[in-house]
Design a protein around this ligand. Structure first.
Ligand SMILES: Nc1nc(=O)c2c([nH]1)NC[C@@H]1CN(c3ccc(C(=O)N[C@@H](CCC(=O)O)C(=O)O)cc3)C=[N+]21
Length: 281
């Protein structure tokens, strides 16, 4: 079987080109979409993501600001900044980069963001509405993955899906989205037994565990669709996924590359949801 790459980067470029036209139209009406990213600390990987988001936002015409705060920022200092952004009419989207330093309660911060400006879909109001099937902002990574799969006309109906990883921002919402598309979904995590055997049964395998090249041919059924959410660095500092893509070549039907797969789609959905906030205004 010839394994095909699901090229998130290509779809992201195409979608962002169309977004540019929508933003141009909004700007003609005097509406300039504004996205503010708050980055606490010096985490190197986070800095790269933030720079990527900023560059892409500017390219589609979104006014993007980054507030960089020191690692030692207190919870109350961060809450004050969020209150200012909540009240600022030129800010349509607020993203507080996770993870936050340990002195800051992440859930408390996410709750403090005006849920109508939560373009990540992490606010409990959005998470709750999403769980209930109501309209909501969606977590960008799983939303991007679903958008990518649909663009390749991949069907979900009755398929066996396994999501490895149960985080609030990827695993849990991913499982729910697959379920909503009528897949039969299993969630695996660090306590799961016989992971390889379980994975081998999956028609759709989503890997979000943060262990470089963990998934190889032993985990993948002939013809399976494999989604790699991993962002790890190897010994040489190169970005590698959770999936050893070379090892499953000829086994999987489709696989997302790293880089150029899920990451660019995450950013695209963030921009999409920011523009939607302004269009609905
Ligand atoms: N509140 C919050 N929202 C997030 O969405 C969020 C977050 N916190 N914390 C960190 C993670 C990570 N994340 C990435 C997004 C895009 C790429 C991306 O574009 N990656 C490129 C290349 C990156 C490179 O070359 O280093 C790619 O995969 O092709 C990566 C990682 C968003 N996150």
């Amino acid at each position: 079987m010839q394994t095909q790459y699901l090229r998130g980067k290509d779809l992201a470029d195409k979608m962002q080109k169309a977004m540019k036209n929508r933003v141009d139209r909004l700007r003609e009406e005097g509406k300039v979409p504004g996205l503010t990213v708050v980055l606490v600390g010096e985490d190197k990987a986070s800095q790269v993501y933030v720079r990527n988001k900023e560059r892409r936002a500017h390219k589609v015409g979104i006014k993007s600001d980054v507030i960089r705060l020191p690692e030692t920022t207190s919870e109350s200092e961060l809450l004050t900044i969020i209150q200012t952004l909540n009240a600022d009419k030129s800010v349509h989207g607020i993203l507080v980069q996770l993870p936050l330093p340990k002195q800051i309660d992440e859930q408390k911060i996410l709750r403090s963001i005006d849920y109508e400006k939560d373009v990540d879909g992490f606010h409990p109001m959005n998470m709750g509405n999403f769980l209930l099937g109501n309209e909501s902002t969606l977590p960008c990574t799983p939303y991007g993955i679903m958008t990518l799969l649909k663009s390749y006309d991949i069907a979900f109906e009755g398929k066996k899906a396994l999501v490895i990883g149960r985080s609030n921002i990827v695993g849990k919402p991913m499982a729910l989205m697959l379920m909503n598309e009528n897949a039969t979904v299993t969630i695996a995590h660090s306590h799961t037994q016989n992971l390889k055997a379980l994975a081998k049964e999956a028609d759709i395998l989503v890997v979000a565990i943060g262990k470089g090249h963990l998934v190889d041919a032993d985990y993948v059924k002939q013809g399976a669709i494999v989604i790699d959410v991993g962002m790890n660095r190897d010994a040489a500092g190169k970005l590698i996924g959770d999936v050893n893509t070379e090892a499953i070549d000829g086994i999987a039907s489709y696989v997302t590359p790293v880089p150029g797969g899920v990451g660019p789609m995450t950013i695209t959905m963030l921009l999409e949801q920011t523009i939607q906030k302004v269009e609905k205004d």
